[in-house]
Design a binder for this molecule. Structure first.
Ligand code: ZN
Length: 256
C-alpha cells in the first residue's frame, strides 16, 4: 500500500500542474486521512505545483471537529485552536485556512482523500447565474459515473470556519437524499472539491468536472444546454457495468 504522504504529494502536484489550469500561485489545498485520529493537510503558503513533504502538516480530528460544533467567537481563538490541533504543536507551519472543511469532510463523508481547486472553467460557471443548473443537472454519461448523480452546491461563505459550517449542512443534506457522500462539491464564487478514497479518484473527478464545465460553457454559446432526465441519471449511476467501470477508474493510477 502506498504511503499516504507520498500519495498526497503526487496527487497535489498533479492538480497543481499549470497546464491543467486548476490552480495558480497559492490556490487550492488537499488532504488525506492518516488514521482515525489524524490527517495530513496542505500547509498554508505552499503552492501545489511541485509541492514536497514540507508542504503538509498532520492535524488531529478531535479539536477541529469540536471547533465546528462550538465555533469560537474570534478569529484569533480559531487560530489558537488550529495551531494546538497539530499532531506536533511545536511544528512552525500552519495548516491551510481551509483545514476545518477538510477535517469535516474526511469525518462526515467517510472518505480518505479530498482535493480542493479553483479551475478556471469551473469558476466561469460558479461565478455566474448558471451555478445551480450546472451543479444539479447532468449532461452526459461519464459525468454521472465519475461525479455522481448531482453535485452538492454550497452558497458563498467566507473561507475558513464559516464556509466549513455551510458546507457541513449541504453535505449532510446530500447524504440524507442519496444515502452516500457527494463525489463533487461545487462552491459558488469559489471553486470545487473532489472527494474519494484514492488519489486517482480525486484526479479523475476533477478532470471530469472541468470537462463538464467546458461542455456546459460551450453549450451556452451554441444555444440552451440540454440535460439528462433524472431517471436516466439514476439508471446510469446504478448500472452494474458502470459501477464496475467506476471501480476500475478509482483503482487505476493511469492519469495520476
Ligand atoms: Zn479555495
Amino acid at each position: 500500500m502506498t504511503n499516504p504522504l507520498e500519495s498526497l504529494i503526487k496527487m497535489t502536484r498533479a492538480l497543481g500542474e499549470p497546464a491543467m489550469d486548476y490552480v495558480i500561485i497559492g490556490e487550492g489545498n488537499t488532504s488525506m486521512r492518516l488514521d482515525d485520529e489524524s490527517f495530513l493537510v496542505k500547509a498554508s503558503g505552499h503552492q501545489m505545483q511541485g509541492i514536497g513533504e514540507s508542504g503538509f502538516v498532520a492535524v488531529r480530528f478531535a479539536p477541529m471537529l469540536a471547533m465546528l460544533d462550538d465555533p469560537p467567537a474570534t478569529l484569533s481563538q480559531q487560530k489558537a485552536i488550529t495551531q494546538a490541533a497539530k499532531v506536533d504543536p511545536a511544528d512552525a507551519r500552519s495548516p491551510s485556512i481551509e483545514v476545518s472543511f477538510h477535517a469535516m469532510l474526511l469525518h462526515e463523508c467517510g472518505v480518505t482523500t479530498v482535493g480542493h481547486t479553483h479551475p478556471t472553467a469551473i469558476n466561469q460557471v460558479m461565478c455566474s447565474d448558471y451555478a445551480a443548473d450546472f451543479a444539479l443537472q447532468r449532461r452526459f454519461p461519464d459525468e454521472v459515473v465519475l461525479c455522481g448523480p448531482q453535485s452538492a452546491l454550497v452558497p458563498y461563505a467566507d473561507p475558513g470556519l464559516p464556509l466549513a459550517l455551510v458546507m457541513r449542512d449541504r453535505a449532510r443534506a446530500y447524504m440524507v437524499e442519496y444515502g452516500e457522500a457527494p463525489k463533487l462539491i461545487l462552491l459558488e464564487n469559489h471553486g470545487m472539491i473532489a472527494l474519494g478514497d484514492t488519489a486517482a479518484e480525486i484526479l479523475k473527478i476533477t478532470a471530469m468536472a472541468v470537462k463538464a464545465a467546458r461542455i456546459f460553457l460551450g453549450a451556452l454559446l451554441t444555444g440552451k444546454p440540454t440535460r439528462l432526465p433524472d431517471d436516466e441519471v439514476q439508471h446510469l449511476y446504478q448500472r452494474p457495468d458502470e459501477i464496475y467501470r467506476r471501480k476500475l477508474f478509482v483503482a487505476s493510477d493511469s492519469n495520476s
